[in-house]
Design a protein. Structure first.
Length: 95
């Protein structure tokens, strides 16, 4: 089971925005302009990311590809309508 140890950081400026960083490469790989928009990164978690792992709002194969190519992956929040559909789908299961 090969994988990447990655650190996940939450944005202090954009709610629901996260940066996945290859831990071995660190935050130095993130462009300065992106960090200015992102705000000071707050570490949310560190995890072993493998192709088998499920992520809540990101495609793990895209995340792994971005980590291999550029050392980071930016996860943006879903559009408001998609978010509400997700909540409604979850609520329907509770009935």
């Amino acid at each position: 089971m090969n994988g990447v140890i990655c650190c996940v950081y939450r944005s202090t400026k954009k709610e629901g925005t996260y940066l996945y960083i290859d831990k071995s490469r660190g935050l130095d790989v993130v462009p300065e302009a992106l960090l200015e928009l992102f705000g000071k990164p707050q570490q949310a978690m560190t995890m072993l990311l493998t192709a088998e792992r499920k992520l809540a709002r990101a495609d793990v194969t895209k995340v792994l590809a971005a980590l291999a190519e550029q050392g980071y992956y930016l996860q943006l929040p879903p559009p408001p309508e998609a978010y509400m559909q997700e909540i409604n789908k979850h609520n329907d299961k509770l009935i």
